[in-house]
Design a protein around this ligand. Sequence first.
Ligand code: HMH
Length: 220
Amino acid sequence: GVEASTTAAWMERHRQMYERATRHPFTVSIRDGTIDLSAFKRWLSQDYLFVREFVAFVASVLLKCCKQKDNLDMEIILGGIASLSDELSWFKNEAVKWDIDLASVPPLKSNLEYHRFLGSFTEPEISYAVAVTTFWIIETVYQDSFGFCIEEGNKTPPELRGTCQRWGSAEFKQYCQSLQRIADRSLANAPADAVKSAEEAFVRVLELEIGFWEMSSSQS
Ligand code: HMH
């Protein structure tokens, strides 16, 4: 369409917070090769638990999508769920490489806080526009964060390249751009109160993502 992108305007309006989420010292330290491997292992363990909760969240987005009159976005979201199935296998494989026993990892505080936020989307009162916008920004923070780690001039350690590729690849970027188009189209047709809720959820995701990197950086 030709209409201005609501989501792009929010990225501008909340640019400082967006940068804090996508250029966090944790991911910047991956890019410059100074990452503490125990912090990386903490992130990997916690993110596995996150992704398990994220599956249920994306399922709730899919359900809201299917209840729309025109549900052309269904395939994209269903594809996202299929990728998460691969992603869970990938985490289990990585855990073996890093000698992590995933079964014995307890979720830390910031992770639990994020789980609670994701769980709130199962409420039928939360609209599809709010849910799909939230889905887009969650994926985009990872795309931008890890994409930066494989951009020109990086000193990312070879053993972390696979992780960065997973979310930093051109394919994942295109997927995020599809989600952004879906979010913008939904927001363009949503009532003003839903648009306001979506912006609040956008900011909340950025806060939760910053909290997640902080948790990974230091034992707290
Ligand atoms: C915390 N945010 C977090 N984990 C992820 N795996 C993603 C976003 C993207 O899937």
